[in-house]
Design a protein. Sequence first.
Length: 246
Amino acid sequence: MTKGQETAQRLIAVVVIMAMLGVMGIPLTVILFFATVVYFVWRAVQRSEQQDVKNIFDFYVAANEILRDEEKRWYGFEVNRVIAEGERVLHMMADPPPLVYFTLGALYQRAGDHEAAVEQLAYVLEEEGGDESSRTQPSSELRRYVDVLRRIEREPNEAPQTTAAMRALERARRSRAAAMLEESRTRLAATQQQAIPAAATHKHEEHGLHTLTGKRPLGPPTPTPVVPQPIAEVLRDLYDEEKKTA
């Protein structure tokens, strides 16, 4: 269904509802008020849907700017900001486009978070949902995204920056996704292997100290418990004080 057909169906539905209200004898002013409210609600929803789709393509442009030039020094907060935008896109839709997963995985790899990079890249390469052809029952959000995507592809001059970003990301996905996933898995495994000896060494040092001294490693001194004064003594002291004062 095209956008024009969907709009026509909504308008027909509104007209039918207004006609039914007229048959029921509802005053014309009430019908007009109802129609005005429906129109503004519909426009607000439409703008919100358009903004959601625009956020996806804005994410592509921002991510590609970071990923295309590996020699440029980006601040960490800049990369993290674009990653946060990608995460919002990922959770905004029930079935985000596979290109979003790849782009987010590439950004995580650039940021040095190889565990998150493996999660996103593995989805694209190894899960059924990572292939566009498997999406046979799309959500309304994915339908709107595809409508805009095809329009951009048919008329690339309308959004040249977005077109260039998407083409670059798609090329990287086809040619480098597998190598990127393997690299992140290798680095993640190396990091985990380095962590194991460090933990074992720390435990061994504690055990050696315990063996030599016969005591557990020194820690903060145990506070001496404070024994509260019996209530009878407290009352007696108060009574004696009052007698002296008198």
